[in-house]
Design a protein around this ligand. Structure first.
Ligand code: CA
Length: 386
């Protein structure tokens, strides 16, 4: 944009534009003779900083103790200034590097109404990069399972991490999705597991003003996420949503009702595109698209694998064909581990159950065919005596 008072003007490129830009500059002399020239400007990329988190600790409030927590890194990126042990952010896209480890967020950084937030809000352009799915784990504490982790009205990219809870909570009292975005969100190679709340337990993509938010999700995994209202994994309202090469397994909408309602995995009202995904929410409506006069037939859901349930988009006028006819490899990211128990191996069966109980995701236990398992001893006494 060009501003200022002639003959001195200032050119400011739109963020995040870089490249060649031009504007016309005209002059007219006192006799009315005019000439127009073109001004060409090369705009370089905005500088970017990398901020490295060096502790899994959460500090509420932040302590000046020489380390760099995830919260302090977000503050440094937002403010373009050093915060405790975190390097300063820049005016460009800042990268927050989060090494492998489990980052447990047990405390709310702030609250607003029924919403609780585990981290400072994202207000600038930030990429948060983990070491990979199940390597960098950002989890709520066991007594704070219903709390928003990332709330962004800047430009947020999440890449290479696991976000959720260590166990699927038995209830979710309010509306605190793991990721809440009202602007531009990109999610790459990230796993959402055991999140539970009112709408869109993993991701809620919803406008908070006049702009239309956009969420792009790819190469990601959504497992065991549950909404007591709409969209077990993703809720997208008055917003654009694109999901590709991702797998949805065992997500649940509408209070885990049977039959499941409210979009087992995704509830959307707005333009949406789903391509090359694996939906393993068998026997239910994986994607619920709301048709309104504002958003007529704006969903394209071709080339997806619908598990055992066939075409599982609940909406008229939506393009869903063709579906994939062979299971895409992305489905394997949600493989359920299975344990095979030998014939009559009671001790093996007990240890398999104990192992399954200790895991946060489902385990399949296969018993041997035509075999009898005889329990001769107590595995566990429920009475406090004898
Ligand atoms: Ca600190």
């Amino acid at each position: 944009m060009v501003s200022g008072t002639l003959p001195n003007i200032t050119y400011l490129p739109s963020y995040p534009f870089s490249g060649t830009d031009t504007f016309a500059f005209g002059v007219t002399d006192s006799l009315g003779a005019a000439s127009v020239g073109t001004v060409t400007i090369d705009v370089g990329a905005a500088p970017a900083a990398t901020i490295v988190v060096n502790t899994t600790a959460q500090e509420v409030p932040s302590l000046t103790n020489g380390n760099c927590t995830l919260a302090e890194a977000i503050k440094a990126a937002n403010s373009n200034a050093a915060v405790d042990g975190c390097a300063a952010g820049s005016t460009g896209t800042d990268i927050i590097s989060v090494p492998a480890g489990t980052y447990t967020l047990a405390l709310a950084e702030s609250t607003g109404g029924s919403r609780k937030y585990a981290l400072p809000f994202i207000t600038s352009d930030i990429t948060i990069k983990g070491a990979g799915i199940d390597q960098t784990k950002i989890l709520r504490g066991t007594t704070s399972t219903d709390m928003t982790i990332f709330y962004s009205y800047g430009r947020l990219t999440l890449q290479g991490m696991t976000i959720g809870n260590s166990q699927l909570p038995t209830s979710a009292a309010s509306n605190n999705p793991a990721v809440l975005s009202s602007s531009q969100l990109t999610v790459v190679a990230t796993k959402f597991i055991n999140n539970a709340t009112g709408n869109g337990a993993a991701i809620t993509n919803e406008s908070s003003g006049s702009t239309t938010p956009t969420a792009i999700v790819r190469d990601s995994v959504f497992m065991n996420n549950a909404a007591f209202n709409r969209g077990g994994a993703i809720y997208s309202r008055d917003a654009n949503l694109t999901v590709t090469n991702s797998v949805f397994f065992n997500n649940n909408g509408f209070d885990r009702a049977v039959p499941v309602q409210g979009g087992t995995s995704i509830w959307t009202m707005g333009a949406a595109s789903f391509q090359n995904n694996c939906f393993l929410d068998a026997g239910s409506t994986s994607v619920l698209n709301i048709i309104s006069t504002t958003y007529p037939n704006q969903v394209n859901a071709t080339n997806n694998w619908w598990g055992d349930s066939g075409t599982a988009v609940n909406a008229s006028g939506v393009t869903t064909s063709p579906s994939l006819t062979t299971r895409p490899t992305i489905c394997d990211l949600a493989l359920i581990p299975s344990l095979n128990i030998a014939a009559a191996d009671v001790a093996g069966l007990i240890s398999a159950i104990q192992y399954a109980n200790s895991q946060s995701s489902p385990i399949t236990i296969n018993l041997a065919a035509n075999s009898t398992y005889i329990f001769l001893k107590w595995a566990r006494r429920m009475s406090p005596t004898n």
